[in-house]
Design a protein around this ligand. Structure first.
Ligand SMILES: Nc1ncnc2c1ncn2[C@@H]1O[C@H](COP(=O)(O)OP(=O)(O)O)[C@@H](O)[C@H]1O
Ligand SMILES: [Mg+2]
Length: 238
């Protein structure tokens, strides 16, 4: 079974998919077989009569993972809500053992498998079961994505502290710039976090102008910005 990394974030919309895609594309260019999984995607829009998982699609494209979208994203839900809430509305039961089985199939066929959560670590998959529980069950270390803006220090520390309370391994965090003009907070967050956390900062991703047009060249961009060492440890030699 290959190595896995759970990509979580301090919130929804902070750049988990972007960072997972950048990392997947970079690992792929380095010669690794990269698997991806988005266990549950909510807020899916119908396309050709089916709910389309946009995050899962981006992850598949960036990684070159040949698994079907149905396997990469077994649960696709329409409501833009936490998985447990969307599933209840849509009369779907999320089966964690099915997710475990699919994860082990994907990870056995790849050197490294990136699993993207939804929202943050304490988002519920079932009424009493969060993504922290899933990461623990799948024995996945975390990569935490934080939006580099005012509030990032508190949000990053809350996530890192909860991970530590749950005995989850944190490989590091990434600060992602969502705003085209960096705020004073964005310029000072990295240094502030450095003195407040033990977990390594693996990089700062700048605001990417016209991101959709640059999706195919994310590997180059991430190569310059991401410290891969903690992520590559334990992977087979290239
Ligand atoms: N560094 C960035 N530069 C420009 N746009 C970004 C950047 N990071 C994320 N975005 C945009 O912000 C939105 C949220 O990012 P996404 O990766 O989907 O977040 P999450 O997966 O955490 O919900 C998307 O529209 C994405 O294209
Ligand atoms: Mg996402």
């Amino acid at each position: 079974m290959g190595r896995g990394i759970f990509i979580t974030g301090t919130d929804t919309g902070v750049g988990k998919t972007l960072v997972a895609c950048g990392l997947a594309a970079l690992l792929k260019t380095l010669g690794y077989r990269v698997g991806v999984m988005k266990p549950v995607e909510t807020g899916c829009v119908e396309k050709d009569g089916q709910l389309f998982p946009q995050d899962a699609f981006y992850l598949k494209e960036a990684s070159g993972c040949e698994e079907s979208l149905e396997k990469i994203c077994p649960y696709r839900l329409r409501a833009p809500l936490a998985p447990s809430v969307a599933a209840a509305r849509e009369k779907t039961k999320i089966d964690v053992s099915a997710l475990t089985e699919i994860y082990s199939e994907i990870s056995s066929a790849h050197d490294v498998t990136l699993v993207e959560g939804a929202g943050g670590l304490l988002v519920p998959l079932l009424s009493h079961y969060t993504y922290a529980d899933l990461a623990k069950l799948l024995k996945l270390p975390l990569l935490v994505v934080a939006a580099n803006r005012l509030g990032a220090i508190n949000h990053a520390l809350l996530t890192l502290e909860h991970a530590s309370c749950r005995g989850l391994t944190v490989l590091g965090y990434v600060l992602n710039q969502l705003e085209s003009a960096p705020s004073l907070a964005a310029e000072t967050n990295a240094e502030a976090l450095l003195s407040l956390t033990a977990g390594p900062c693996l990089g700062e991703i700048p605001y990417i102008e016209d991101l959709e047009a640059k999706r195919a060249s994310l590997a180059n961009l991430f190569e310059e910005r991401l410290d891969l060492r903690p992520l590559e440890a334990g992977l087979p030699r290239r």
